[in-house]
Design a protein around this ligand. Structure first.
Ligand code: NAP
Length: 307
C-alpha cells in the first residue's frame, strides 16, 4: 500500500514526486509508455527559468528524476492499464500486479497526434515519425516534410535543418497557430520552405515498407499531386492520455481531465497535473507548477484522511 502513487514521469509527475518525497510520503512513480514525457523527446529548452543558456529536455528530466530519488521517491516501469477509483484505497493494474494507494496523482500527459491514414501505421519508423529529436539523425541530406502549423511544427522543422537538405512545412491553412518568434525563426531559415494550404492524403510505399512519396491535396484548388519525399514528421499536436479514466474522472470533450480548486478531480483523493488537464498553457514550467500543486493537495488530503 502506497500513500501516493504518481502516474507519469514527465515534468509534472517528477515535480510531484520531488514534493511528495520531501513531505515523507514515499511516492511511487509509474513511468508510463513514454518515460520522461514530452521533454525527453525535445532538444533545447530555453524558457525554463534558472538555465541562462537553456538546458536539454532529457537532461532536465534526468536531473528531476535523480532529485526525486534523492528524497526517497521510487520508480516502476510499465503503464497503468486499469484503475478502480470507486473506493479508497484506489487500485491500479500495472502488468499482472495490482497496486494500492491512498492518494493518486494523475500526470499521464498527452501523446502525439497522427493523421489517421491507413498507410500511416505501416510506415512509422520507415520514413514517418512524430519525433524529430529521436529520428532526425536518420535524415541526413534528405528532403523532408513537417506537417503542422503550431509551435511544435516550427520547432521540429528548425531542428531538422541540422540534418536534412530541405525541410518543407506543410500546413492545412495559410494562417499559422505558431507563436511569432517560432514562426519568424523558421521563416528566416534558408533550408525551410512553406507549402500551404495542403494536406497529405496518402503515404507510399506500404508494400516496400519505405516512405518514398506522398499524395497531397491543395485545399484552395483541390488539385491532387504526388510528391517524392524521403521523410515525413508529424507536428500536429497531442491528445491527453486519459483512456483508462473514461467514465471514472470528469473530462472535457477532448478528453482533458477537469480539475477544480487547485489540482482536485471529481474523485476525492485523486489529483491531476500537467498536460493531462492543461490544454491551454502546456509548458514545462506550468506542468512542473501543477505537479507541485498536486503533491501539496495530496499531502493536505492525506493529513485529513486515512485509508
Ligand atoms: P497545436 O498548437 O495544437 O498545433 C497543431 C497544429 O497541427 C495546428 O496548426 C493544426 O492545424 C495542425 N493539425 C492538427 N491536426 C491536424 C491534422 N489531422 N492534419 C493536419 N494538420 C493538423 O500543437 P503544438 O504545435 O504541438 O503546440 C501545443 C502547445 O505547446 C502550444 O501551446 C505551443 O505553444 C506549445 N509548444 C511550445 C514550444 C516552445 O515554446 N518551444 C514548442 C512546442 C510546443 P490548425 O492550425 O489548422 O488547427
Amino acid at each position: 500500500m502506497y500513500k501516493v502513487i504518481i502516474i507519469g514521469s514527465g515534468c509534472a509527475g517528477l515535480t510531484a514526486a520531488v514534493y511528495a518525497a520531501r513531505a515523507d510520503l514515499m511516492p511511487l512513480v509509474i513511468d508510463g509508455r513514454e518515460p520522461g514525457g514530452q521533454l525527453s523527446l525535445t532538444t533545447m529548452v530555453e524558457n525554463f527559468p534558472g538555465f541562462v543558456d537553456g538546458i536539454l529536455g532529457p537532461q532536465l528530466i534526468e536531473n528531476a528524476r535523480k532529485q526525486a530519488e534523492r528524497f526517497g521517491a521510487q520508480f516502476r516501469s510499465g503503464a497503468v492499464t486499469d484503475v478502480d477509483l470507486s473506493q479508497r484505497p484506489f487500485k491500479l493494474t500495472v502488468g499482472n500486479e495490482t497496486l494500492e494507494c491512498e492518494a493518486l496523482i494523475v500526470a499521464s500527459g498527452a501523446s502525439a497526434r497522427t493523421l489517421g491514414l491507413p498507410s500511416e501505421r505501416e510506415l512509422f519508423g520507415h520514413g514517418l515519425s512524430t519525433c524529430a529529436t529521436c529520428d532526425g539523425f536518420f535524415f541526413r541530406d534528405k528532403n523532408i516534410i513537417v506537417v503542422g502549423g503550431g509551435d511544435s511544427a516550427m520547432e521540429e522543422a528548425t531542428f531538422l535543418t541540422k540534418f536534412a537538405s530541405t525541410v518543407t512545412i506543410m500546413h492545412r491553412r495559410n494562417e499559422f497557430r505558431a507563436s511569432k518568434i517560432m514562426l519568424d525563426r523558421a521563416r528566416a531559415n534558408a533550408k525551410i520552405k512553406f507549402l500551404t494550404p495542403y494536406i497529405i492524403e496518402d503515404l507510399h510505399d506500404v508494400q516496400k515498407k519505405n516512405l518514398e512519396s506522398i499524395r497531397i491535396r491543395n485545399l484552395d484548388t483541390q488539385e491532387v499531386s504526388q510528391m517524392h519525399i524521403d521523410g515525413v514528421f508529424l507536428g500536429i499536436g497531442h491528445d491527453p492520455n486519459t483512456a483508462i479514466f473514461k467514465g471514472k474522472l470528469d473530462m472535457n470533450p477532448d478528453g482533458y481531465l477537469i480539475v477544480n480548486n487547485g489540482s482536485r478531480t471529481n474523485v476525492e483523493g485523486v489529483f491531476a497535473a500537467g498536460d493531462v488537464h492543461d490544454h491551454i498553457y502546456r509548458q514545462a514550467i506550468t506542468a512542473a507548477g501543477a505537479g507541485c500543486m498536486a503533491a501539496i493537495d495530496a499531502e493536505k488530503f492525506l493529513e485529513g484522511h486515512t485509508a
